[in-house]
Design a protein around this ligand. Structure first.
Ligand code: GLP
Length: 243
């Protein structure tokens, strides 16, 4: 694992954006696995800036997002589809048909999960998978549990995740209790994984994920077994890892 320590959120965002841009430049028709949450917003803003300055094109890029809330319509302002549109897709030259998220309104979640895994397979897996990290060590919506759940699945959000995400909803009651998430297999299939972390509140999760035992109670710990992980974090988030 490579660790990139930065001074602050802005520098972390610039590093993450540079890794993504390098991937797109090296392979213009690459498959990017994308994440939502507050952490990647700055990196997406840098990519939009570089696109608008003219150098970077997403015309051939295909994207596969990690997750989507179950039963939240795509036009809902907290849906992950909406998040991706306003933070990235609407401002770059990516083709709408090349952007993929699980369909939170699919009538049969099981069929939708199978479709999503078949799509990931058909694309050959992700060239680069971007991840944030939940306070309880979750990645995507792979929550702590007795086993690593491998396929795309319908996940029940833990209390910790509902509390963390309630800041974005009018009230805690409005946070969906379920989500469709890429499973551990889809994530581990990526050729490269970039994990972005920021802030002292993530320090404990970072230490448990990357300096503790590999354990499904800390889903991100599986990344210790991936051959190409780049952990990009500011000093506060990485304070629990030795230099
Ligand atoms: C959410 C998302 C994750 C994200 C995590 C951390 O629950 N499903 O993909 O990484 O929360 O979010 P944040 O970056 O806002 O701390």
């Amino acid at each position: 694992m490579r660790v990139i320590r930065t001074e602050n959120y802005e520098a972390m965002s610039a590093q993450v954006a540079a890794l993504i841009a390098a991937q797109v430049i090296a392979k213009p028709d690459c498959v990017l696995g994308l994440a939502t949450g507050s952490t990647p917003i700055g990196a997406y803003a840098r990519l939009v800036e570089w696109r608008q300055k003219g150098g970077l094109s997403f015309a051939g890029v295909r994207t596969v997002n990690l997750d989507e809330y179950y039963e939240l319509p795509p036009e809902h302002e907290q849906s992950y589809r909406h998040f991706m549109q306003i933070n990235l897709f609407d401002h770059v030259d990516i083709l709408p048909e090349n952007t993929n998220l699980p369909d939170g309104l699919a009538p049969d979640p099981e069929t939708e999960c199978d479709r999503y895994d078949a799509l990931i397979d058909a694309l050959g897996g992700c060239d680069l998978q971007l991840l944030g990290l939940g306070h309880n060590g979750h990645i995507g919506f792979n929550e702590p549990g007795p086993v690593f759940v491998l396929p795309t699945h319908l996940a029940f959000l833990t209390e910790s995740t509902i509390n963390a995400n309630s800041r974005l909803f009018a009230s805690k009651e409005e946070v969906p209790r379920m989500a469709l998430t890429m499973g551990i297999r889809g994530i581990m299939k990526a050729k490269r994984v970039v994990v972005a972390v920021s802030g002292a509140d993530k320090a404990e999760a970072v230490a448990r994920a990357f300096a503790g035992p590999v354990n499904p109670e800390v889903p991100a710990s599986i990344l210790q077994l991936h051959p190409d992980v780049v952990l990009v974090g500011d000093r506060a988030a990485l304070s629990g890892l030795e230099e």
